[in-house]
Design a protein around this ligand. Structure first.
Ligand code: ADP
Ligand code: MG
Length: 223
């Protein structure tokens, strides 16, 4: 599902070179739940961005869902991204639209027939336990609910892969536990998950395979 071969990423900030990833290699099989951890600045976000082809590596090769990411043509990039759901620390909902509309929007962009849009949007809302809030606006949601909505939006296209970048970063412990449970449910439904968190305790509590980055290097792969 995912293969990285000696992937490095160096950011150029003017004349300054900032190494973010150094010769990272690993594989992730379909159906795995992998926790990507390590301190702030270790390269977690950079790595996720390479997986959904938001950015390209400076060196090395990676394959995601059978796509050779570094040599993909534009049309295939769109296909790759459609197969990946992404959530961030911030839910990034459209403030002027209801929860339902935020999710339905993703399907409409794909030209999904109207009847199917409603059914699938509600399926996604049900999967994250947010059906009752479908008509609420983002400003009316708790941060935990907003993050559930973001997860519903990420899975409504039924992606093979879910990438979550610090999804609990804005949440208190109770809401964080909640969101983790939702992510686990999504995984149990057959979606491969890569969850990045700098919170070592949370990472350990998940009891899943853990990839540990430190200063851009993969220093541990265990579990
Ligand atoms: N767009 C960017 N331009 C320059 N440097 C960046 C950029 N994004 C990240 N970095 C640097 O790359 C390193 C890894 O950052 P990041 O992937 O965000 O780590 P993490 O998500 O683990 O906190 C850090 O040194 C960071 O400052
Ligand atoms: Mg990050």
């Amino acid at each position: 599902m995912i293969e990285l071969h000696r992937v490095s990423k160096v950011y150029s900030v003017g004349p300054v070179k900032v190494p973010a990833l150094s010769e990272v290699s690993f594989g992730i099989a379909r159906g795995e739940f992998v926790v990507l951890t390590g301190p702030s600045g270790a390269g977690k976000t950079t790595l996720l961005r390479l997986l959904y082809r938001e950015d390209l590596p400076t060196e090395g090769e990676l394959e995601v869902l059978g796509y050779p990411v570094t040599t993909l043509r534009r049309s295939k990039v769109a296909a790759l991204r459609r197969s990946i759901g992404v959530v961030f620390q911030d839910a990034k909902l459209l403030p002027g639209r209801t929860v339902y509309e935020n999710i339905a929007f993703v399907l409409r962009v794909l030209g999904t027939p109207r009847r199917e849009v409603t059914a699938r949007a509600f399926d996604a809302l049900r999967a994250v336990g947010l059906s009752a809030r479908a008509q609420a606006y983002p400003a009316q949601l708790s941060q935990g609910e907003a993050q559930r909505a973001a997860l519903a939006r990420a899975i409504v296209r039924k992606p093979a892969l879910l990438l979550a970048d610090e999804p609990t970063g804005n949440l208190d412990d109770t809401m964080a536990t909640d969101i983790i449970e939702v992510v686990k449910d999504i995984w149990a439904g057959g979606t491969t998950v890569v969850l990045a968190t700098h919170q070592a305790q949370l990472a350990a509590a998940l009891r899943r395979r853990m990839l540990v980055l430190d200063a851009g290097r993969l220093v541990k792969d265990e579990g």
